[in-house]
Ligand binder design. Structure first.
Ligand code: 2RA
Length: 348
């Protein structure tokens, strides 16, 4: 029989994109079971044209489930992924709870699908959305030229912080709209926006905020360490040098990353462009004279990582600078999880 899939966190913003993807991709699933916290249980959602009632997260909800996709907070994954595994499911988890565990594979199908085979705990992790967009472009370049170092700056959309992030940005934009004095004197944007900053430490409207995630260690944010640690794990380069600065920008959906990548071999921009044109899940958009760059307003709602501004560094023939944009809700979260689940289903 066709395998049974559970979607845990089905009513959340990533869960919503998961249901859209399941409705539009090749249908490999038998039953699809939607699961959420008690407060969302009983809601009706549509998937594959069927109306489905959301079930409460209980151990019994996993009975008969072959693959369970989780998009819930870290602490919920920590508690419930082992429960799903004990009931016979393989879990694909989009939280940070298990990503760096040595016995949990961290999988990006286009990059390191082979590690999916070894999953002794029955759990597979999905990478963070910021790492994901970037790694899609960097992995094929690494295979060709041998990566040595990454210097990264992210430009992260508010939907990475959930629906609350999107709502807060739109509220702030309506508060600042039309007042042309705003942004030209210290403090007046803060005053117009007021105290409702939602999940962000400062106003996003008419601003950029060099902070994403929590304080981790030595002044680095959790998001910056995720970019470093996850890149090392996915590429199998435990000593890779990575420095990231993660920045939140007033964009709804689409995380972008400015990348300076140093390789072992000398390279040129045309060669790199050619490698990227042949890379799965990557689209090259690189014609500045025609105004063609990778940008969130174009990449939103699409599957690939968009890559452009590809230049060899002027002062280092082994280094490349480029700009990547990807939909943080799709490949950055829901799509990669669904792709992993589909690979597992094909192997059942
Ligand atoms: C963010 N990367 O953009 C986080 C979401 N997982 O806030």
């Amino acid at each position: 029989a066709a395998p049974t899939l559970a979607v845990v966190g089905a009513t959340g913003s990533v869960g919503t994109v998961m249901l859209e993807l399941l409705s539009s991709r090749r249908n490999v699933w038998g039953e699809i079971r939607l699961i959420a916290s008690a407060s969302s249980a009983g809601r009706e959602l549509t998937c594959r044209g069927e109306s489905l009632v959301v079930r409460e997260l209980t151990p019994e909800a996993f009975d008969g489930v072959d693959v369970a996709m989780f998009d819930v907070p870290d602490e919920v994954s920590l508690e419930w992924a082992p429960v799903a595994v004990a009931r016979g499911a393989v879990v694909v988890d989009n939280s940070a709870a298990y990503r760096m565990e040595p016995d949990v594979p961290l999988v990006v199908p286009e990059v390191n699908q082979e590690v999916l085979e070894h999953r002794p705990r029955g759990i597979v992790s999905n990478a963070n959305c910021t790492t994901m967009a970037m790694i899609m472009a960097i992995a094929p370049l690494h295979r060709e030229y041998g990566l040595r170092e990454l210097v990264l700056a992210s430009y992260q959309a508010v939907s990475g912080a959930g629906q609350i992030g999107v709502d807060v940005l739109h509220d702030q934009l309506s508060k600042v709209a039309g007042d042309r004095a705003l942004g030209s004197r210290p403090g007046n944007v803060r005053q117009a926006v007021g105290d409702d900053l939602g999940p962000f430490p400062a106003p996003l409207a008419l601003n950029v905020v060099p902070w994403s995630g929590d304080l981790a260690q030595w002044g680095w944010s959790s998001e910056e360490l995720k970019m470093r640690n996850e890149s090392r794990k996915i590429l199998g380069l435990p000593d890779l040098k990575v420095s990231a600065t993660c920045v939140r920008v007033p964009v709804v959906t689409g995380h972008s990353i400015a990348v300076h990548a140093v390789f072992a071999a000398e390279l040129d921009a045309d060669g790199a462009r050619d490698v990227l044109r042949h890379a799965p899940g990557v689209i090259v958009v690189d014609d500045p004279e025609a105004g063609e760059f990778p940008m969130p307003i174009d990449a939103v709602g699409t599957d690939p990582s968009w890559v452009g501004r590809i230049r060899r560094a002027i002062d280092d023939p082994r280094a490349l600078d480029l700009f990547v944009t990807g939909d943080n809700m799709r490949k950055g979260a829901a799509l990669n999880t669904v792709q992993i689940a589909e690979l597992l289903a094909a192997d059942l």
